[in-house]
Design a protein around this ligand. Structure first.
Ligand SMILES: Cc1cc2nc3c(=O)[nH]c(=O)nc-3n(C[C@H](O)[C@H](O)[C@H](O)COP(=O)(O)O)c2cc1C
Length: 312
């Protein structure tokens, strides 16, 4: 079963599933495994220096001949370097988070790169379309990591109505039902993060995976709302402490200091008590570790049944 949409055609992938470019999590093993399974894997550039990202791209190339992309975090101090590295390495697809990629657009388009910004509002989606984006990821507040306010259910159809480029739905999608629902809202692909964190090919520490696998529907918390930088992660000692200090009116800088290096601590050292365990509300639906291929095949079979094979 193949599902053809403008996104699968544009990216040259079999299935309309993109694995989010997650900081510390989305390295070459995961990205290559998702691409090999017929989706689009992304390497998360996060705050890594250009040369580290270059190395990751080269390692992914050694594992797959299929297309994969890079998520460029625009707020990274190394964003300028990473923006050049993706061109030099011939990366086909770039997604961007945390801002407006306008200053790199000319360079990327001249290099033939497909540019897909992540947006959390209709206004930003329109701005990106005017700026030459090829598609947008409309990401709802259910997502793990940095979030906006609108839910996926409300955001996706409004973005679909507002732009003519294809829309990829993200946030709270964890199985074939979520994919089918996203298609009903007008999306032409989905981006998933939380479920792929627990993939067999994901290098994330076993403690982190188990926190997601054991999580219930209401186990996530949002930190940083008061300062306009909300982040969704699983509730633990860290989120409780953060929210307590936030309620006391601590400054953004003081709160940032508290979280410095804590995602890495959770991902690599497995500290799920004082580390930041970024994950979305859909964690409650994620119950087992599987290979990316098992996940994608299972989800596509379910989505296809629900959509009545109408997308073939
Ligand atoms: C651990 C983690 C780290 C993330 N880091 C980033 C990031 O660096 N850049 C980005 O654009 N999105 C990031 N995201 C968001 C994902 O790319 C994706 O859009 C989101 O997880 C989709 O929602 P879901 O978690 O409900 O599947 C992250 C998500 C998670 C769970």
């Amino acid at each position: 079963m193949k599902m053809k949409t403008r996104i699968t055609e544009m990216l040259g992938i079999e299935y309309p599933i993109i694995q989010g470019g997650m900081a510390w999590v989305a390295e070459h093993h995961l990205a290559a495994a998702v691409s090999e399974a017929g989706g689009l894997g992304l390497i998360g550039g996060a705050n890594a220096p250009g040369e580290v990202v270059r190395e990751e791209i080269r390692k992914a190339k050694a594992l797959t001949k299929k297309p994969f992309g890079v998520n460029v975090m625009l707020m990274s101090p190394y964003a300028d370097d990473v923006a050049k590295v993706v061109v030099e390495e011939g990366v086909k697809v770039v997604t961007t988070g945390a801002g407006n990629p306008a200053k790199y657009m000319k360079m990327w388009k001249e290099a033939g790169i497909i540019v897909i910004p992540v947006v959390a509002s209709v206004a930003l989606a329109k701005l990106m379309e005017r700026g030459g984006a090829d598609a947008v990821v409309a990401e709802g507040t259910e997502s793990g990591g940095h979030i906006g306010e609108a839910t996926t259910m409300t955001l996706v159809p409004q973005v679909v109505d507002a732009v003519s480029i294809p829309v990829i739905a993200a946030g709270g999608i964890g199985d074939g039902r979520g994919i089918a629902a996203a298609f009903m809202l007008g999306a032409e692909a989905v981006q998933m993060g939380t479920r792929f964190v627990v993939a067999k090919e994901s290098i994330v520490h076993e403690n982190y995976k188990q926190r997601i696998i054991k999580a219930k529907d209401i186990d996530s918390a949002v930190t940083g709302r008061t300062h306009g930088h909300p982040v969704r992660c699983l509730r633990n000692q860290m989120t409780r402490e953060y929210n307590r200090l936030e309620a006391e009116g601590k400054s953004f800088e003081e709160l940032e200091y508290l979280t410095l290096g804590t995602l890495r601590k959770a991902v690599q050292e497995g500290d799920t008590t004082n580390g930041t365990v970024m994950a979305g509300q859909i964690a409650g639906l994620v119950t087992k570790e599987q290979t990316c291929k098992e996940m994608i095949d299972e989800m596509m079979e379910q989505a296809d049944k629900l959509l009545g094979g109408c997308q073939k």
